[in-house]
Design a protein around this ligand. Sequence first.
Ligand SMILES: *Cc1c(COP(=O)(O)O)cnc(C)c1O
Length: 487
Amino acid sequence: MNNGEQTHALYRLLPSLNDLLLTAQAATQLRSHPREAVVRSARNVLNQIRQEIADGQHTQASLTARLSDLGDSIAGDLDRSGRFSLRPVINATGVILHTNLGRAPLGQSALDHIVEVAGNYSNLELDLSSGERGSRDAHVESLAVRVMAKTIGENEPPNDLQAMVVNNCAAATFIALNTLAEGKEVLISRGELVEIGGGFRIPEILTKSGACLREVGSTNRTRLTDYEQAISPNTGLILRVHQSNFSMQGFVTRPRLPELIELGKRANVPVFEDQGTGLIFSLEKHGIHCEESLLESYRPGCDLIAASGDKLLGGPQCGLLIGRKYLLEQIRRNPLLRTYRVDKMTYAALEATLLDHLSGAADSIPIRRMIGTSAIEIQARCHSIADQLRAPELFVEVVAVKSLIGGGTTPGASLPSYALSLRHATLTPDALLSALRQSEPPVIGRLNEDRVLLDLRTVNADCDALLGTLLNGCWTDLQSGLQTSGK
Ligand SMILES: *Cc1c(COP(=O)(O)O)cnc(C)c1O
């Protein structure tokens, strides 16, 4: 037989969907699942096998073996289809704010508050004292300003300060530019025409907002006089973009924010900072210097600041706008704002997170806890898991590594940490990494040359025992999985 005839013969071994549904294995599944779900899974499995034949993966013997456990394959497909797609994973990458892994995990008080608010009706937009329609922002506005004031040691925030919440910091920046500078010029340093991540480019967003970009200075050097000379009656805003995801070194200068604010005051042009990171505590004691915080934008009296909720603030995904009342009032009147409206769950999580910051219960915010964990403690946890490992195919060492804060913050900065360094007798490091992703819950590690590293800084200590069990168990499943898929 030639190749084409052989393949044809293999296809002929496949049962029809109808015959498959009449088998005993399918009957078992039909007793516990709706018929259309079993039909869908049976069809998926048959399609998968057809693809394997088309890819030249089967001989007559391997196909016969594959067909002998069709029942298990259907059951496996049914299991997967009933499972959530969005699931918790163990983040062992050592990157604390990992955008692919959902950035900041929320603290317990935020989670509790979400459950209580979202599972019930709430006063989301009802003023309980007057009985009239209220504002969503009321639930977090005064907290946000109080957190800022308290963290820099002021007792009371200035009373012309307000705050509001939109979907994310990108939206906050856009709505601010659109409201305050449509048809006007926005002054920005050429050193700040950056891409923030996820394709969010400052020059593009500026153009889309209807503002006219007025570049000043050069990529590496911008002086106060560059801004001064560019100011005209048509200047709507001075924009400052925090260099959160890159750093420039060498022959570099730009005015300090207080100087820009002073210039803005003199020229009667508001200064808006896209601060981004939402950092409101000091990273100095963790050995990270030079990271400008939200407070450093707030303290000298920046007119308007935008920050992310799910970076170093440690809260839900959202964008905070904090600034002078007359500016926020204009933004609140922008009809586009309705398209950036945030859900009650976000307000609940943000309110609880801000309260944790305010009450000094900062360690209940997971990212602060992770940043604060000492390398020694992480080393001890690594050794205790390594000592439990019994899988003979797995070689493990405990090695010193560097964790990152990530999420487009603190570029170049790292925290000393420790990791389990894994090698498998037969699997390549890539296959090992992939096997870990297939475990339940999935474990996300990172590659370092011929090893897989699991940095425990980003793993909740409650999960250490589970991680040990997964490492001991998943190889046998993996190998039998490889055999049953005929590969
Ligand atoms: C991260 C970041 C953004 C984008 O924030 P999102 O909340 O992800 O939209 C914008 N500006 C700066 C300076 C940032 O660091």
